[in-house]
Design a binder for this molecule. Structure first.
Ligand SMILES: [Zn+2]
Length: 195
């Protein structure tokens, strides 16, 4: 199965590029962040709409033989919001990430759209907020990749490894894609960023 298959159209991506990161956007507008690789950004955009191939989404498309229970917790049906926010595995990742970023713990009873909106409303400088937003996008993307590696390759997911992957990916993206090229690994790991 090609789980990286991108269903979004070029037209839609262009549309959303016009809505680049701007905190003055009306609430609930999907906010494009150029400090994140487009692939992760587009993934989260689709995840918000439950358009990623979770077990429940596949069953809803007519694949009735699909076992929809989450393979990680075995508790509920596996949807996008479950994998990326509500599952106990995701919860533990979010606890570590929010602690690292020194922001309040995300609301795991909420949804992905609300989570992203809350980030935009944090009382931090615009660019710190943008860096946090970029990291949150990467967190969702890496949670999805982790789920796929477990499901398709049987790879065991270790929280600490996932955290390191998120720190690494967000560091490289922000360093490369923002004007803050001088930021050091240590500053990013401490999230002691002056932006
Ligand atoms: Zn679960």
């Amino acid at each position: 199965m090609n789980y990286d298959n991108q269903e979004f159209s070029v037209k839609n991506v262009k549309l959303s590029l016009n809505r680049e990161f701007d905190i003055n956007l009306p609430p609930n507008t999907f906010c494009w962040n150029r400090w994140v690789i487009g692939k992760s950004m587009a993934f989260v955009w689709r995840a918000i709409e439950e358009k990623i191939p979770s077990a429940t989404a596949l069953r809803n498309k007519g694949m009735n033989q699909i076992e929809v229970t989450c393979k990680t917790c075995g508790a509920v049906e596996e949807s996008a919001v479950h994998i990326l926010l509500r599952c106990n595995f995701a919860k533990r990742v979010w606890e570590a990430i929010t602690k690292w970023l020194r922001i309040p713990m995300v609301n795991i009873d909420g949804n992905l759209k609300e989570l992203l909106q809350e980030i935009l409303e944090l009382h931090r400088s615009r660019n710190v907020r943008k860096a946090i937003h970029a990291t949150v996008i990467q967190t969702m993307w890496i949670l999805w990749k982790t789920r796929n590696e477990k499901l398709f390759k049987g790879k065991q997911s270790v929280i600490q490894t996932v955290i390191e992957d998120i720190k690494n990916a967000s560091f490289l993206d922000v360093k490369l894609r923002s004007k803050y090229h001088m930021i050091s690994r240590q500053e990013w790991w401490d999230f002691n960023v002056n932006m």
